[in-house]
Design a protein around this ligand. Sequence first.
Ligand code: AR6
Length: 173
Amino acid sequence: MRITLVQGDITAQHVDAVVNAANSSLLGGGGVDGAIHRRGGPAILAECRRLRASHYGRGLPTGQAVATTAGELPARWVIHTVGPVHSAGEDRSELLASCYRESLRVADELGAASVAFPAVSAGIYGWPLDDAARIAIGTVRATPTEVTDIRFVLFDPDAYAAFERALTATEPG
Ligand code: AR6
């Protein structure tokens, strides 16, 4: 498995699957979620609505992941995962780790070889960047998967720098 960092917009990535930092409703929002639905077009939302009706009437639980079409994005699938809102009083890192594990499990089910991740929970959900990066990289490294190309696509330079630090700190060997 190769892990690379990219600074830029996740909706421009040519990969098999793009991971969306969604919310439980699966009905869209701001941040990466807004960008993915805008650029991917209405087919994504239509499939999210069907998934809600068939499986997730109460919403997709935090830490889980589910796939839809990628619509007009240059990818085959979008894997929607729901990160935890950061809390100063409660350690929710296991839920954030679960987002990465579950997204890779869904990617394996789909047969995706390349996956692009955003920094889940590190925007509107308020996770401190260094901690979010450490959990993201550490979890992906520790998860057995058939995915061979994992890209973290970071929108801003601060997020990119945090992921670079986390990648260097956990370099195997
Ligand atoms: N490509 C890559 N990264 C991006 C992009 C983009 N196009 N746009 C933003 N980011 P966020 P969360 C970065 O807020 O914290 C939504 O309303 C952003 O700078 O998208 O998990 C959902 O519906 C940050 O580093 O996700 C939920 O309600 C990272 O992506 C809620 O926000 C994640 O920020 C989820 O919040």
